[in-house]
Design a protein around this ligand. Sequence first.
Ligand code: C2O
Ligand code: CU
Length: 472
Amino acid sequence: MRQSFKIAIAVGATVAILGPLGYFWQQSLVPSTYDMASMGYPDSGGGQQAGHAHGTGGLDVATLKGPSTGDPDVAVTLTARSENGKYTLNGTTPGPEIRALKGQLVQVTLVNDNITDGITLHWHGLDVPNAEDGVAGVTQNAVRPGQSYVYRFVAQDAGTYWYHSHQVSHEQVRLGLFGALVVTEPVFSEGIDQVVQVHTYDGRRTINGAVGESPLPAHAGQVVRARVINTDAGPLRAWVSGAPYRVVAIDGRAVSGPTDISGKAVTVTAGGRVDLTFTVPASGAARVDVGTGVALVAGGLPASAEPSGVVDFLSYGASAPVGFDPAKATRKFDYRIGRRVGFLDGKPGFWWSINGHLFPDVPMFMVSTGDIVRMTIANSSGEVHPMHLHGHHAVVLSRNGVAATGSPWWFDSLDVGDGETYEIAFVADNPGIWVDHCHNLKHAADGLLAHVAYTNVTTPFRIGGADGNSPE
Ligand code: C2O
Ligand code: CU
């Protein structure tokens, strides 16, 4: 073979391999600034096909605000600071607990003192109007040092929620920019209502910021409602000892017909909440554990071993109507989570995929107001993913083909384990652009993020660019 011919073959082979590689590398680059509403490819789920409206004529997310007039019933100013490697709100982490009665108008003024990346607040689990949702680059611009931003929304549903930054959230939440948000029924209830906010700072698990055991100020005969909030990245086990307990709410929605539990734990999804109630026994001794050695303790009850059994929410409680017919779904989506080799924003790696695609080339789940939506979430990625859809509560229909038989299992944060498939359903009743992502926030930053978008909704905000919006 002539030398020049050999070189030609070598060059040809190199181009054949590197050409496509270069193409995929180039295709993976996330533009320095982009519109969430034209990020990947529209998936209409078998429903009416209509794309995002671009430019004129669409419904602008910035107009989808809470009440603009009226005196707030609850008014809070939260000033965020970076200090000693932590993020605080009004000098503490977790930030102040916000409490409202159902139906009250809440106004939160967020002030950024010195956090250079900018900040936002997202009301995790509270289905607020889109413009109040707090996602940088989608529903607002990040709030820069010296700036402030006012959120106003009606606390429509009683339940346990939390708030956290949704700008560079995989760092800002871990470093402390979050707090509890509790909405209660406007009726007097006797007993102890206790937030149990679990967060790991520098590898140490805490309850409401305190390590180890903290006192639970409850005495014999009192009913305790423990609102367990998992602000960490992975699933949490919680259990009560000293008395039987009930799961009375999951993710801010009441459980129908809760029954007594003894000798079993519950799993609290990352981002999720579980409300447990129990009556302190005559001895006055009871405790709520959230992992080994971290507990709220009444009457000095010593720790007992973590129960090996776990309550299955698929069959817990009594069935009840969900208020719509999932069999009449007008959109059906797949959200298949895998993992594959490829480029994410030009970085080669083994990345999370959604329906075989890598971010940002992921589906935009298109819906219209009034749609009944079914979604099949399947995970073959090798790790658990706590999936969180903003702005809506969905109900679990089945897991691995087994239909739900207990109380309607409403959720906003759902652990989908490796090898598991969940069928869920929800009603599209809150127009906007809503991110739908993994709440192991590092995973979201690594591309496990898609969104549900209402047809014809537009956003004036952009990821990246001069505003530096970086929601995950
Ligand atoms: Cu609690 Cu999009 O997050
Ligand atoms: Cu994940």
